[in-house]
Design a protein around this ligand. Structure first.
Ligand code: UDP
Length: 244
């Protein structure tokens, strides 16, 4: 399928139209940004690795009954996806305290949460992606109350599948961000990507707080060996079959 015009260019991906109006092509770039694009760089091979990891995880989720936008991977850096209207929400799921949760609540890094925490952020770069309260979520009407409930329950279901999968890889799924979209029939589909760019992943074989990090925190905090960490995730993920 030939790619046509650019629909949207983001920080890590480019979205193209195709011959089919219901199908888009995502090109995964090596570019990396952090802290709302204040830090910029490149991670060699990241596009291809994230495309492969995401494709594998979307297929895994599909086998577990989660509807996703994934259709195929026609080239190493390319993912074919169903066209959806992305909801301007970032759904964050946390199993272990890290990142902004620690900064904003004082909960120590690495604290295992009694139950998974689901959070909604407003996907709006100029506002700095603020955390939404349930009332603000209603006020902004970014999704209907029914959709919000569906997002919450789907995120928890995804967490169960991914936590179990990463466990088999010897990796702890600390937290992750999801994006969802609506297809032409208003069906909610998991969209975007699931990769070391959007998850915190800790190597269970390493207890050292900086050594164990296998995700974008290596780039964010200049921990070094970023490519090698992504490659470890790739190798371990691909070694586990999609079908249980
Ligand atoms: N995350 C993301 N994109 C964002 C913000 C967060 O993919 O724009 C992911 C991040 O990689 C982590 C989780 O969501 O796995 C929770 O991020 P957090 O709120 O702790 O923000 P951060 O500390 O990364 O700023």
């Amino acid at each position: 399928m030939t790619a046509h015009s650019i629909v949207y260019e983001g920080k890590a991906k480019i979205l193209y139209t195709t011959d089919d109006p219901n199908v888009l092509l995502t090109y995964f770039k090596d570019d990396a940004t952090a802290f709302n694009a204040q830090k910029r760089g490149s991670i060699a091979g990241k596009g291809e690795m994230n495309c492969a990891i995401s494709s594998h995880l979307f297929q895994l989720l599909e086998t577990q009954g989660i509807a996703t936008h994934w259709l195929g991977r026609p080239a190493p850096n390319e993912m074919q996806v169903q066209a959806v209207k992305i909801l301007p929400l970032e759904v964050v799921l946390r199993n272990i305290a890290a990142g902004s949760l620690c900064q904003q609540t004082g909960i120590p890094l690495g604290t295992v949460l009694k139950e998974p925490l689901v959070e909604f952020y407003y996907k709006n770069d100029s506002l700095g992606d603020p955390l939404l309260t349930p009332d603000r979520l209603r006020l902004l009407e970014l999704a209907t109350p029914e959709q919000v409930e569906q997002l919450r329950s789907t995120a928890l279901q995804i967490n169960q599948v991914l936590t179990g999968f990463f466990q088999k890889c010897g990796i702890t799924l600390v937290d992750f961000k999801l994006e969802f979209g609506l297809d032409a029939n208003q069906r909610l589909l998991l969209a975007d990507e699931i990769s070391p760019d959007t998850c915190r992943l800790w190597n269970q074989a390493d207890s050292d707080p900086s050594q164990r990090v296998l995700d974008k925190d290596r780039f964010r905090h200049d921990l070094g060996n970023v490519e090698a960490a992504y490659r470890q995730v790739l190798d371990r993920v691909l070694a586990q079959p999609v079908q249980p």
